[in-house]
Design a protein around this ligand. Structure first.
Ligand SMILES: NC(=O)c1ccc[n+]([C@@H]2O[C@H](COP(=O)([O-])OP(=O)(O)OC[C@H]3O[C@@H](n4cnc5c(N)ncnc54)[C@H](OP(=O)(O)O)[C@@H]3O)[C@@H](O)[C@H]2O)c1
Length: 321
C-alpha cells in the first residue's frame, strides 16, 4: 500500500526543527508536521519570511534565524534553541542552494558545500545532545538525485573552491556529502546506542525556488523540460522527508525518495543511491574533514556496556555520558 500523510502518527508533544522552512519543500514539511501536532521551529535565513511561513502553517510554530552560510549564525541558532527547549525530536536538514549568487560562504567555503553540507553538519553537531536520549528522535537530511553528479573527492580543496557557483558538479558534490553524512551519522549513533536515527530523503523534482538560481545557459532547456514533464508540486515532494521523519517502520541510514519515473515523482519509498554514497571510507573521511573545517566535534553518548557472557556483571542501563 502506498504511503501517504494519512499514515503519519500523532506528533503531539514532539518538537521539530526544519531548516529552510520559509518556502518550497521545507515549508510543506513544516506544515504537515504542524498539522499532525508537532511544535515546529522554522529555521530561516530571513525572520520576516519565517514569520510569513508561520502564518501560513497555522499550527504551533516559532521562528529562529539561521543562515547556514555563516558558522556564527549556526552557533547562534543552536544557542537559541538550547535556551528555549530541553529536547528535540526531529531535525530536518532541508535548506539548500543551487547556483547561488555568491561564490563562498562567510567562512570561505564553496557556497554549495558550505550551505548544503557544512552548515547542516555544524547545526546537527551542536543540537545532537538534545536528541540522543529522546525515543524515536530523528535527523533527516535532504539530498537529491543530483548526488550522482558529485564526481571527484570531497576534500579541502573542493570545500574551499571559488569556481563552483554555477557548477552542477559542485551542487552534486554537496548532495553526495548529504548522503555520506547521513550514513556516517547513523553508524555513529548506532554504535553509541543513541535513541536517535539518521535518515536521508530526496524529493525528486519540484518547481521550487531552488531552480531560480543562476543555472549555466546550456542546462536551462534541460531543466525546463525536466520540470515540465517530471516534476511534482512541493507538497508531494516533501513526502519523502515527512515519511523519513515519522514512519516508525523505516530504518536509520536508509534513503527515501519518490517511487515513480526514475524517482522524480510519486509516493515515498526506499530510494537508490550511488555506490559513491555507500563508500564507508569516504563517509568517514568527510566526517573528519567536516569536523576540522567547522570546528564542531560531536559528543555521542557513551556506548552501552556489552553484556558479560559469564552473566557475572549486571549491565548498567540508562547511563549516558
Ligand atoms: N526542488 C527540487 O527539485 C529539488 C530536487 C532535489 C533536491 N532538492 C533539495 O530540497 C531541499 C529544499 O529545496 P527546495 O526545492 O524547497 O528549494 P527552495 O524553495 O529554494 O527552498 C530552499 C530553502 O533553503 C533556504 N536557504 C537557502 N540558503 C540558506 C541559508 N544560507 N541559510 C538558511 N536557509 C537557506 C531558503 O531560504 P530563503 O527563503 O531565505 O531563500 C529556502 O527556505 C534542498 O536541500 C534541495 O537541494 C530539491
Amino acid at each position: 500500500m502506498d504511503w501517504s500523510p494519512a499514515h503519519v502518527p500523532d506528533q503531539s508533544g514532539r518538537i521539530a526543527l526544519v531548516t529552510g522552512a520559509s518556502g518550497g519543500i521545507g515549508l510543506e514539511t513544516s506544515r504537515m508536521l504542524a498539522a499532525h501536532g508537532a511544535h515546529v521551529l522554522l529555521a530561516c535565513r530571513s525572520v520576516e519570511r519565517g514569520r510569513a511561513a508561520a502564518a501560513r502553517i497555522g499550527g504551533s510554530a516559532e521562528v529562529v534565524r539561521l543562515d547556514l552560510a555563516s558558522l556564527d549564525s549556526v552557533r547562534e541558532a543552536a544557542a537559541w534553541v538550547r535556551g528555549r527547549h530541553e529536547r528535540l525530536d526531529l531535525l530536518v536538514n532541508n535548506a539548500g542552494v543551487m547556483f547561488p549568487s555568491y561564490r563562498r560562504t562567510e567562512d570561505g567555503f564553496e557556497a554549495h558545500f558550505g550551505v548544503n553540507h557544512l552548515g547542516h553538519f555544524a547545526l546537527t553537531g551542536l543540537l545532537l545532545d538534545l536528541m540522543t536520549a529522546v525515543p524515536d528522535s530523528r535527523v533527516v537530511t535532504v539530498a537529491s538525485l543530483a548526488h550522482r553528479a558529485g564526481f571527484g573527492a570531497v576534500d579541502e580543496d573542493a570545500a574551499r573552491s571559488s569556481t563552483g557557483r554555477r557548477s552542477p558538479t559542485a551542487y552534486g558534490r554537496s548532495k553526495l556529502a548529504n548522503l555520506l553524512f547521513a550514513r556516517e551519522l547513523q553508524r555513529r549513533l548506532a554504535t553509541a546506542g543513541a535513541a536517535t536515527a539518521s535518515l536521508a530523503a530526496h524529493p525528486g523534482l519540484s518547481p521550487t525556488g531552488l531552480w531560480h538560481g543562476d543555472a549555466p545557459r546550456l542546462l536551462r532547456p534541460v531543466v525546463a523540460a525536466g520540470l515540465r514533464w517530471l516534476a511534482q508540486p512541493a507538497n508531494r515532494a516533501a513526502l519523502p522527508s515527512l515519511r523519513a521523519a515519522t514512519d516508525p517502520h523505516v530504518a536509520g541510514g536508509a534513503p527515501l525518495g519518490p517511487s515513480k519515473l526514475f524517482e522524480s515523482r510519486g509516493t515515498p519509498a526506499p530510494a537508490r543511491s550511488s555506490r559513491a554514497s555507500r563508500d564507508m571510507a569516504a563517509q568517514s573521511r568527510l566526517w573528519e574533514l567536516s569536523e576540522g573545517l567547522t570546528g564542531v566535534r560531536y559528543a555521542f553518548p557513551s556506548a552501552p556496556a556489552a553484556p558479560d557472557p559469564s552473566g557475572a556483571v549486571c549491565p548498567v542501563t540508562g547511563a549516558r555520558g
